[in-house]
Design a protein around this ligand. Structure first.
Ligand code: FAD
Ligand code: SF4
Ligand code: SF4
Length: 417
């Protein structure tokens, strides 16, 4: 009698953590189903301009990963898919998946004819709403699968311009959501993070002053595929800033906001100080920090940024940012070394906001063990393992190590199933 086929492993979330866990498990011989709620894979890393420590564009590493996904017959990638429910079974889990309507199907060649005739515009989710894009579009230049998406809620009644323009019959405006079920051996939760909301920091000008932006917005401003074509410009008047202030721990290590350190924001601001200096060599950059947290080899990165002419690191907590004179912003800082209040001004303020687990606001219909900050804990009895920032705040290198470990644990738990 032939052995029953082992059940696949389910990986939820196709950021760098989920992609790594899926590849590692599949390359070890297990079938894997990788589900992603967005229309394409890659998660938040693809929204960075460059990523430390090597400062390469994130598309480089991601292209290698998507090629590995494409070539691995053991991996099924389901985009625009979420988990609707899950029940424990003797061999693992029975999972129900929701698939969003496929308004654009796999016949799409990404030719762009539909976009050229589309009359509707929406705020671009990839660029954090900082610009408008057509309702039908490629989600971003590195999208995989390379297929257009359609924001149906923005379409005027009776418009069919894109359908008429598409020579490949790739658009179905009447598509509906579907569901499917899956028996899986174990689950890796790799649902990642979202930025702490800027508007929860009004005392620092967050959500109130247009020239106070978040670190994730700064990544998009510096990126060629961003809202300004890669130019670092003030949102209020489109001018290049001459004084830029970074405010570290904005809403982090604070019981009123996120009580923990996200571990990457110091490095992200040092990296962004380099973006500013490379593009605007005359600009003066000040980084206000409580502690400089650049562990291990990342210390080299700190020394490089701190050694740049026109970059100052000041140990002090910014308490207030308000509109100042001459269209500048006025900062009040508790200078930790001098023990006094200091006042500064800047054209652009970047709040280094932390990473909050997605599961803090969008729960999964799964019995999960979580800590008080909504980070997921491993549950070997339940055969659920966490990877990446769903588990704890960390950078890409740590996420990759972590996801490899999660895949190994899920493989071991699902052995014989
Ligand atoms: C400003 C800033 C700059 C940074 N720069 C760097 C850098 O230069 N170098 C570096 O190493 N690190 C950097 N980081 C950290 C880096 O972004 C994270 O380490 C990385 O995103 C972690 O990947 P992840 O896969 O865990 O999460 P994510 O990238 O968030 O991916 C999670 C995926 O899961 C999907 N998902 C969520 N919920 C569901 C669901 N219910 N069902 C299906 N899919 C779901 C999401 O759509 C997403 O695709 C930076 C962080 C910040 C805040
Ligand atoms: S949906 Fe059709 S027209 Fe639009 S990019 Fe795809 S193939 Fe081209
Ligand atoms: S139906 Fe919607 S997506 Fe298609 S062209 Fe009209 S507005 Fe654009």
């Amino acid at each position: 009698m032939s052995e029953p086929k082992p059940r696949p492993m389910l990986v939820i979330g196709a950021g760098i953590a989920g992609i790594t866990a899926a590849l590692e498990a599949a390359e070890a011989g297990r079938e894997v189903v990788l589900v992603e709620r967005e229309a394409s894979v890659g998660g938040r890393v693809l929204r960075t301009h460059h990523y430390f420590p090597k400062l390469c564009p994130p598309s480089c590493g991601m292209e290698i990963n998507t090629r590995r996904l494409e070539r691995n017959p053991r991996i099924t990638v389901l985009t625009a898919t979420t988990v609707a429910g899950a029940n424990r079974t003797t061999g693992g889990w029975s999972v129900t998946l929701n698939h969003a309507p496929a308004y654009v199907n796999s016949r799409c060649t990404a030719c762009g004819e539909c976009q050229a005739v589309c009359p509707a515009k929406v705020a671009d989710p990839f660029n954090l709403g900082m610009c408008q894009v057509p309702a039908i579009r490629l989600p971003h230049p590195n999208a995989w699968p390379k297929r257009f998406v359609l924001d149906r809620s923005a379409c005027p009644a009776d418009c069919r311009a894109c359908v008429d323009a598409c020579r490949y019959g790739a658009i179905d405006l009447a598509a509906t959501p579907t569901t499917s079920t899956l028996e899986v051996s174990a689950i890796v939760v790799a649902t990642g993070w979202q930025p702490y909301p800027l508007d929860k920091l009004p005392e620092l000008g967050g959500g109130v002053l247009s020239d106070v932006i978040s670190n994730v917005q700064m990544e998009r401003l510096a990126a060629a595929s961003g809202p300004t074509g890669g130019k670092i410009l003030r949102p209020s008047d489109g001018k290049a800033p001459t004084r830029v202030a970074f405010v570290q721990c904005a809403g982090s290590r604070d019981v009123n906001h996120l009580p923990y350190c996200s571990g990457v924001c110091c490095l992200a601001s040092l990296k962004q100080a380099m973006y500013v200096k490379e593009q605007l060599p005359e600009a003066e950059v000040t980084i206000y920090y409580i502690d400089r947290r650049t562990p291990g080899r990342n210390e080299d990165f700190l020394l490089k940024a701190a050694g740049m002419a026109g970059v100052r690191l000041v140990k002090g907590k910014v308490g207030k940012v308000v509109q100042g004179e001459n269209s500048q912003l006025a900062l009040t800082v508790e200078d930790a070394e001098a023990g006094q209040l200091l006042h500064d001004r800047a054209d652009l303020v970047v709040l280094a906001t932390g990473m909050m687990p997605n599961l803090a606001t969008i729960p999964l219909p799964l019995e999960l063990c979580r800590d008080t900050d909504a980070f997921v804990l491993d549950d070997s009895k339940g055969r659920i393992f966490a990877a990446g920032v769903a588990r704890r705040p960390e950078d890409v290198a740590a996420t990759v190590r972590d996801a490899t470990g999660a895949a190994a644990k899920a493989l071991a738990a699902g052995r014989g199933v």
